[in-house]
Design a protein around this ligand. Structure first.
Ligand code: SF4
Length: 370
């Protein structure tokens, strides 16, 4: 059977599916049916496509067409209900995808995946953190994913598949449950731009509005203008993490390519929708970027921007040479921003005990933390 990506149906648009089926002599409505089966019904196999005549299904299968979901290799359940999934692809690569139930939706942490899925309850809220690349080339010094290096880009189908798999596992009802997506797992989405964007379009078609999607970039500045003009455009988060170039050069080497001036210039002209704000993420590293002077520099950088700041006290990892700041230092940093009129939120660490929190995704099988 061919394994070439051209036979993978997951990730294709309705137009592409229609063209593919028309080439097989099928009417256009078959494209619509297949599109709906993939993204609304979340069918994970062509043999389950009973809206198609058996002969057509069998011909597509024998021609090598397929729907491939990632395989759950392992999963780790946190005390706070967060689940980190280690998902494998056919070539042996794997990434992580994190399910974070909000509010009271935390699930039984002792159960297996099949057992842990609750009966569908209305109005659940959850956030899915997904990966856009296997590993990452960006080398942020506080991030465990950086230690993997870049393994490869994920295809649109592999990005979409992470979400559809989790929606299936957790019996999510689109339109009833509230799902947020954050492209903040392994990888720099703007370095796999076309595939990330195609995946975002498919996920909108699956019923998740772009306003509930956020893409985080380390600052691949040349992509900003292009991204701003996309018809499907998730919210933008910028991973800032330093208040001056000297510091940012050290902890985020990407800054040597596009420095803070270039980054902030691009941020200032980024068009926002009504009531939308840019998000700046700032991982606080004890004694490195968490001083009162750093906070004042952040205030100066963000002056005049419609922005908010998410503060993240470093989530520790065994190979990361930084320390988590004290709650007092975190609070003082936050108060400086708030006093300057910048909304600043302290992000609650999710799944830290299972290496599922921000910056901890390194396909680790180590749990819990020592
Ligand atoms: S923080 Fe994001 S961009 Fe930086 S190394 Fe980690 S995954 Fe890559």
């Amino acid at each position: 059977m061919p394994t070439d990506i051209q036979f993978e149906l997951l990730g294709l648009s309705q137009q592409e599916l229609t063209s593919l089926l028309e080439a097989q002599g099928q009417p256009a409505f078959r494209g619509r049916q297949l599109h709906q089966a993939l993204y609304s019904q979340r069918l994970d196999s062509l043999s389950a496509l009973t809206t198609f005549p058996k002969s057509l299904r069998e011909r597509l299968i024998s021609d090598g067409y397929r729907i491939t979901y990632p395989k759950v290799e392992q999963h780790f359940v946190s005390q706070d209900g967060t689940i980190r999934y280690l998902l494998g692809f056919a070539d042996g690569q794997s990434v992580e995808t994190v399910w974070m139930p909000d509010g009271d939706g935390a699930e039984d942490s002792d159960s297996s995946i099949a057992e842990s899925v609750p009966a569908a309850a209305p109005n659940r809220r959850a956030t899915i953190c997904l990966s856009s690349q296997a590993g990452c080339a960006v080398s942020c010094q506080f991030c465990m994913t950086a230690l993997l290096g870049l393994q490869r880009n994920l295809t649109p189908g592999e990005i979409v598949g992470q979400v559809l798999l989790l929606l299936k596992e957790h019996q999510v009802q689109i339109g009833v449950d509230r799902i947020n997506l954050v492209f903040m797992g392994q990888g720099e989405p703007f370095l796999n731009y076309d595939n990330f964007l195609r995946a975002a379009c498919r996920l909108v078609e699956a019923g998740i509005p772009e306003s509930r999607m956020t893409v985080s970039t380390s600052g691949i500045v040349p992509r900003f203008a292009e991204f701003a003009a996309e018809p499907v455009r998730p919210r933008l988060a910028i991973s800032l993490n330093a208040s001056n170039d000297g510091l940012r050069d050290q902890i985020m080497p990407i800054n040597r390519k596009w420095n803070l001036e270039a980054l902030m210039d691009a941020a200032r002209v980024f068009p926002l929708r009504p009531r939308e704000r840019l998000t700046f993420e700032y991982v606080l590293l004890s004694g490195v970027n968490d001083t009162p002077e750093n906070a004042q520099e952040v205030v100066a950088l963000l002056r005049g921007l419609k922005a908010k700041v998410n503060l993240i006290a470093l989530n520790p990892g065994p190979e990361i040479g930084f320390q988590t700041p004290t709650p007092e230092a975190v609070s003082a940093f936050q108060q400086t921003l708030i006093a300057a009129g910048i909304p600043a939120y302290l992000r609650r660490p999710r799944g830290r005990d299972i290496y599922a929190a921000c910056g901890q995704l390194k396909r680790s099988t180590l749990v819990p933390l020592p």
